[in-house]
Design a protein around this ligand. Structure first.
Ligand SMILES: [Fe+2]
Ligand SMILES: [Fe+2]
Length: 264
């Protein structure tokens, strides 16, 4: 089976670009499962129901989140009732929403887990042990996709090696820059340090560059907005053995919008 994962979707820019290019990408790759990280889909901060619905309409089947999960007030209520949305599993006990979900793909159970690193991020529970606990609950599930949302390359690599051979894929998110290190680790675990960002290409990781530059120059509080202009889609797709759940192949994907056109 083939899985497609779309890197952090930023604002209307990212949501509309998914809508514009995902049908063609699906036609080309024919994925059996489409997952997107939606933690920045609403104005760059969090995910409101409207943005989630737009992503579903565009062809996204499941949405993972990250450190921006609760930036929008309405998220904590609507994600309770939507099993297609997965927020980091290592938030404290009692946090709204779910940290993993099980879906059916080609008559197999696929476990989708979101988990967040702790280096330069909030002090959540240990992501390594959190995933151990989840995997122990589903010993019969062989197909496991993990969105590891983390800041540092070292934490992402360490986590990937920690679960190598036990899960089908570890897809890094959060840094918004697509990395060139995708590979299948020994034991059949597809890995990439970061699936990149879907949204405005000419900002600073999706944000208006003037505001970010001002922030670095002055160290004063600055209001950040989603950058205008040409868009991009970044992500990664992988082939996973139907029976064993081992990854067979992984490949990054990037589509750039022409400066003046609306296509990809
Ligand atoms: Fe993000
Ligand atoms: Fe993030």
């Amino acid at each position: 089976m083939r899985w497609l994962f779309i890197g952090d979707v930023v604002g209307d820019s990212g949501v509309t670009y998914v809508r514009d290019v995902l049908p063609r990408l699906v036609e080309r790759l024919r994925p059996d499962l489409v997952v997107a990280n939606g933690e920045n889909a609403t104005a760059g901060r969090g995910l409101r129901r409207r943005a989630a619905e737009q992503l579903y309409d565009a062809g996204v089947e499941f949405i993972t989140l990250g450190n921006h999960t609760f930036d929008q007030k309405e998220t904590e209520t609507f994600i309770e009732g939507d099993a297609r949305i997965v927020r980091p599993a290592n938030y404290p006990e009692g946090t709204p929403g779910r940290g993993f979900t099980v879906c059916r793909v080609k008559q197999r159970d696929v476990l989708i887990i979101s988990v967040m690193g702790r280096t330069y991020l909030s002090s959540l529970d240990c992501p390594f042990r959190t995933v151990d606990t989840i995997l122990a609950r589903y010993p019969q599930v062989r197909h496991v996709l993990i969105d590891f949302h983390a800041e540092t390359t070292s934490e992402k690599q360490a986590f990937a090696w920690y679960v190598a051979g036990r899960v089908s894929a570890v897809i890094g998110t959060h840094t918004h820059v697509l990395t060139a290190d995708e590979r299948v680790l020994p034991g059949g675990t597809a890995y990439i340090t970061d699936a990149g960002m879907t949204g405005p290409r000419d900002g600073v990781i999706g944000i208006q560059r003037e505001a970010v530059i001002r922030k670095f120059l002055t160290q004063m509080p600055v209001k950040f907005g989603v950058a205008p202009g040409a868009r991009q889609l970044c992500g990664v797709w992988m082939d996973v053995d139907d029976d064993t759940g081992r990854a067979l192949h992984v490949e990054r994907v990037q589509i750039n919008e022409a400066e003046t056109g609306s296509g990809g």
